[in-house]
Design a protein around this ligand. Structure first.
Ligand code: EPU
Length: 339
């Protein structure tokens, strides 16, 4: 088996922010056997790269960067209404979702057009428009980077939360996810269209009984109207998480900002949209050097000129955190992983 390890390679094309840093060593793997061979022979620290769509690189990576590029989709019928679909980690997420939609398999349509790959989707339990990955997730397979053993994680063992899982906490950096299995519907789909923007988009098109494809199209059109295409302008989607705060604290700040939207989380806590906080602080479209706050969605930071360094974007992010803390007393947590 010929596995080519490159030295001193630019990662600019492999992260959606388009940050130009170098990897000390770089290898792209096409299957699990290659991955294990690379792991067995490696002496450098490891850095796992999937779609590069949820990371901000602020300096050169002094490690072996392993680009997960295994492909393939397989299925197993469960009954006449449900199917198990397994995708290899290197499959592009949106292409995979479109494959499901072409086959009229329901469940992932609200997650259309999310950048990234299948393998990283469980790490932050990707979510959009009222659906999270965990709603269709059955299991994933992962390889332990130390023992090279294969492990299966099911729904419970992944400990999914809002943009969170075991892979961001106690199992951080320990595993490389190689494939993910979902349970999807083949008929009697259970659509989630209650998210305001989806309803409005379907109404606009006079669709009363939507198909899997209709919902995907609606989601794509909403996302395209607000979220910048990383191929055109570098970005990593939502840069911050929507903060969850105490309800009593929310009621206090409501006195000063009566229009602040919120979503109930529990009896005692609510989630507030970070995009709204940043927007109302007057920072939508704000720029600092080559980095900027997107002018249509304030939760997204962009590489405005294409030449931003990771540090410039990080400085802008810290400036936003400080401004929001000062104005509302709310701490914004970064959603994007900083390296
Ligand atoms: N808002 C503003 N100004 C802005 C942006 C938002 O006032 O510049 C207000 C909106 O009007 C709305 C509220 O904030 O009342 C929420 O905005 P939106 O529905 O666009 O969603 P979001 O909270 O900004 C979250 C996810 C997105 C996901 C959308 C749709 C997080 C951190 N972000 O964004 O996920 O696509 O909901 O479900 O939870 C991502 O994680 O990268 C991502 C794009």
């Amino acid at each position: 088996m010929m596995i080519h390890i490159q030295q001193n390679t630019s990662l600019k094309k492999l992260n959606t922010f388009g940050i130009d840093v170098n990897a000390q060593a770089f290898v792209s793997i096409a299957n699990e056997k290659e991955l294990i061979t690379v792991l067995e022979n490696n002496k450098l620290p490891l850095f796992i790269l999937s779609g590069g769509s949820n990371m901000l690189l602020t300096e050169d990576v002094n490690a072996l960067v392993i680009h997960i590029n295994n492909k393939g989709i397989s299925t197993k019928e469960i009954n006449d209404q449900e199917i198990l679909v397994t995708a290899k980690a290197g499959e592009n997420w949106h292409d995979f979702v479109q494959h499901c939609i072409q086959n009229n398999w329901g469940g992932l349509e609200n997650l259309s057009l999310i950048p990234g790959c299948v393998g990283s989707s469980p790490i932050q339990n990707i979510g959009a428009y009222g659906v999270e990955l965990k709603d269709c997730f059955i299991s994933c397979q992962a390889i332990d980077t130390k023992t090279f053993e294969k492990t299966t994680f099911n729904l419970d063992s992944c400990k999914f939360g809002y943009r969170d899982s075991i892979f961001k906490n106690e199992a951080k950096n320990q595993y490389i996810i190689t494939e993910v299995t979902f349970k999807l519907s083949t008929k009697n789909h259970n659509f989630k269209t209650s998210y305001g923007a989806i309803e409005a988009e379907l109404n606009k098109q006079n669709i009363t009984v939507p198909t899997v494809k209709d919902i995907s199209k609606a989601v794509i059109s909403i996302r395209q109207s607000k979220l910048p295409d990383p191929k055109v302008i570098g970005n990593s989607g939502s840069f911050f998480k929507n903060p969850i705060i105490e309800r009593s604290f929310y009621e206090d700040i409501l006195k000063e900002f009566p229009e602040m939207p919120h979503y109930p989380i529990s009896e005692t806590s609510v989630k507030v949209p970070a995009g709204w906080l940043i927007d109302k602080a007057g920072l939508k479209g704000f720029s600092k050097g080559n980095a900027a706050v997107h002018n249509k969605q304030a939760l997204v930071l962009v590489n405005k000129t294409g030449n931003a360094s990771g540090k410039e974007i990080l400085n802008l992010a810290r400036f936003i955190q400080n401004s929001i803390l000062e104005k509302y007393g709310i701490h914004l947590e970064m959603e994007v992983n900083i390296f």
